[in-house]
Design a protein around this ligand. Structure first.
Ligand SMILES: [Zn+2]
Length: 344
């Protein structure tokens, strides 16, 4: 084959590859059209977490119980628990993931300093949002939804432990969250229309397309249920908030750097519950960038290679999360009672 033909074919291939990787998660015009910089930056009030059991548990459902958009079933290669991806060309890609967990027994926060850092540094990330969290934080959820840097995944309605609850509850936890996202997306669309920005809504996905297991716990049936609902299960291979007891953010970042590989998925939280994630993130992102890593969303990472999967989720070692089956109450949706002081 003549060199020129080969070059043309290579260029066409790259163009096709680039096009197929070009997922959209939002629109800068929408984000900047609907909120001021000050509104996006937020305030310390965003970081308030209420005391568990200060109010009776809130198990109320969303205003609509089922999503209008149903996803096609997940293909075979993505039907297990995904911990990382092997990038096809060995590219130094990494996905930062932030959980927005909220149980029935309190209202969690929104760690605005983390999001502000990611926006300032133009770092893409994936947020796994609880459905109840989205309902408690509608403005923040819509901002994350509208932001082209960020992808939103589903993290169950009230953080149910999928290894413990029955199939009907597992299904509700997933579908209520998808429906809550749609309700907020509907509100986003109304605001966009008011500002003449309706066309921008095409860039906002109709529903979340990924799921993260609360506590990393699942049963074999959970995997079938989620795959049939069209949601690949995304866990992690690197803990971003490991703490040796010193509370040192630098040590957490260095622990993560020792374990990261091309295609890694890093677990972090943005619900203001782990107390120093906002201090870890700037150190970790600086170290990753210095080591030549490029930040991508989980969906873009999945498109760039083949996943490493397991049958059961875990934190750092298989079985290290089984303790949560009995530690948290109400099928994982409730904190331990306040009498057990160390888990408040
Ligand atoms: Zn969680």
């Amino acid at each position: 084959m003549p060199t020129v033909t080969r070059l043309v074919l290579a260029a066409l291939f790259l163009l096709a590859a680039a096009t197929s990787h070009a997922a959209t998660y939002g629109s800068e015009a929408l984000l900047r059209g609907l909120w001021t910089n000050a509104q996006l930056a937020g305030s310390p009030a965003d970081r308030v977490v209420t005391k568990p059991w200060a109010q009776p548990p809130d198990h109320s459902p969303p205003a609509r119980l089922t999503p209008e958009t149903l996803l096609p079933p997940v293909p075979g290669s993505l039907r297990e628990v995904i911990r990382r991806v092997n990038p096809a060309k060995g590219e130094r890609l990494v996905a930062l993931t932030f959980d927005l967990c909220e149980r029935a027994t309190n209202v969690a926060g929104y760690q605005n300093e983390i999001i502000n850092h990611l926006r300032a540094q133009r770092i893409p990330a994936t947020f796994f949002a609880g459905g109840k969290w989205m309902r408690s934080h509608p403005e923040k959820a819509m901002q994350l939804m509208a932001d082209p840097l960020f992808e939103i995944g589903d993290h169950a309605w009230t953080h149910a432990n999928m290894a413990v609850v029955d199939d009907a509850e597992a299904r509700r936890q997933v579908l209520w969250t998808q429906a809550q996202y749609e309700l907020l997306r509907g509100e986003l669309a109304r605001r966009a229309a008011d500002r003449g920005l309706s066309a921008e809504m095409a860039a906002v996905p109709p529903v979340p397309r990924l799921f993260r297991l609360p506590y990393g716990r699942n049963s074999a049936r959970t995997l079938d249920l989620l795959a049939d609902l069209g949601l690949p299960v995304i866990q992690w291979d690197v803990l971003g908030e490991w703490d040796d007891g010193s509370g040192s953010p630098r040590k957490s970042a260095e622990y993560a750097m020792k374990r990261v590989h091309p295609g890694s998925i890093i677990l972090l939280h943005a619900n203001a519950v782990p107390k120093n994630t906002q201090l870890v993130v700037p150190i970790l992102t600086r170290l990753l960038a210095a080591a030549g890593y490029r930040f991508v969303t989980v969906s873009d990472l999945l498109r760039a290679g083949t996943p490493d999967t397991v049958r059961d989720g875990y934190f750092a070692k298989p079985g290290d999360n089984v303790q949560y089956d009995t530690l948290f109450l109400g099928g994982g949706t409730q904190h331990p009672r306040p009498t057990d002081a160390k888990h408040q």
